[in-house]
Design a protein around this ligand. Structure first.
Ligand SMILES: C[S@@+](CC[C@H](N)C(=O)[O-])C[C@H]1O[C@@H](n2cnc3c(N)ncnc32)[C@H](O)[C@@H]1O
Length: 218
C-alpha cells in the first residue's frame, strides 16, 4: 500500500511475493515456457510478471547452459510474451523498470547493451498505460499490443493488434467465444518486417528518457 488515497481511488494494494509465488504455482510449467503469453491486466509494479519472468529466465539458463546466443534469444522471447496494463503512469514506469532489472541481472547486461535496449523497446510496447476494463489507452484510444514470435536464427516477427474489435464484439455478443470464427477479428493493425535484435533495440527511446538499469542492483 502506498497511500490510503490511492487505495480508495484505484484499489492499489500490492500482492506479497509469497502469495504471488503460490498463485503462479497453479499454472505449473506454463510460467517457465518462454512462448506462453501472460497478461497482468492491472499490473501495478508487475509483481506477477516479475515472478513469471524470473522463473522462465531460470528455466532458460537450465535448458541453454552453453550457448549464450540461444540463451539471449530465448530470454528475449520470454520477455516478449509478458504483457501488462496499468492505469497509473508511475506504476507503468516502475513495472518496466522492475522487469528490465530482472532481465538485465539474469543476463549480466548493462544499459547500453543491444539486448538490454531491445528489452527496453519490448517493455515500452508490452507494458502499457491504459484502462484494462475499457481496453483503452491513456488517450482513450483502443489498446494496441504487439504479438511477438521467434522465427529462428535471431529473427523475430511482430504484429500489432488493436483491441477495439475484441471488446466491442464481446459486449454485443455477450461472450468473446461467439466470434472466434470471424477472421476479421484477428486482422493485425500492422505487420512489421522481420526484425533482428538490433532492429528491436533501435526502436527503444533513448536511455536518458527511459527506464534505466540500476548498476547498484547488479
Ligand atoms: C490491487 S492492485 C494490484 C497490482 C498488482 N497486480 C499486484 O498484484 O501486486 C491494482 C492495480 O490496478 C490499477 N488499476 C486500477 N484500475 C485499473 C484499470 N481500470 N485498468 C488498469 N489498471 C487499473 C491500480 O492503479 C493498481 O496499480
Amino acid at each position: 500500500m502506498r497511500t490510503r488515497k490511492r487505495v480508495a481511488d484505484h484499489g492499489e494494494v500490492f500482492t506479497p511475493k509469497w502469495l504471488v509465488s503460490d498463485m503462479v504455482d497453479l499454472v505449473g510449467d506454463e510460467a517457465e515456457r518462454v512462448d506462453s503469453r501472460f497478461l497482468e491486466p492491472a499490473c501495478g509494479s508487475g509483481n506477477f510478471l516479475v515472478e513469471v519472468l524470473e522463473r522462465r529466465l531460470s528455466a532458460v539458463r537450465r535448458t541453454h547452459p552453453r550457448s549464450q546466443f540461444e540463451r539471449s534469444q530465448a530470454s528475449l522471447l520470454g520477455l516478449m510474451c509478458l504483457y501488462g496494463i496499468e492505469l497509473l503512469p508511475d506504476n507503468v514506469a516502475e513495472c518496466r523498470t522492475n522487469l528490465l532489472q530482472v532481465f538485465a541481472t539474469a543476463l549480466h547486461l548493462s544499459t547500453d547493451d543491444e539486448l538490454a535496449r531491445a528489452a527496453r523497446a519490448v517493455l515500452e510496447v508490452n507494458i502499457v498505460q491504459g484502462d484494462a476494463l475499457a481496453m483503452t489507452d491513456a488517450n482513450g484510444h483502443p489498446l494496441v499490443l504487439p504479438e511477438w514470435a521467434y522465427l529462428g536464427r535471431g529473427r523475430f516477427q511482430r504484429r500489432d493488434f488493436a483491441y477495439r474489435e475484441l471488446t466491442q464484439r464481446s459486449l454485443s455478443a455477450g461472450t468473446l467465444f461467439d466470434v472466434f470464427d470471424d477472421d476479421a477479428l484477428f486482422a493485425p493493425e500492422r505487420t512489421w518486417p522481420v526484425l533482428k535484435v538490433s532492429d528491436i533495440a533501435d526502436l527503444a527511446t533513448p536511455a536518458s528518457s527511459a527506464t534505466n538499469i540500476s548498476h547498484a542492483d547488479k
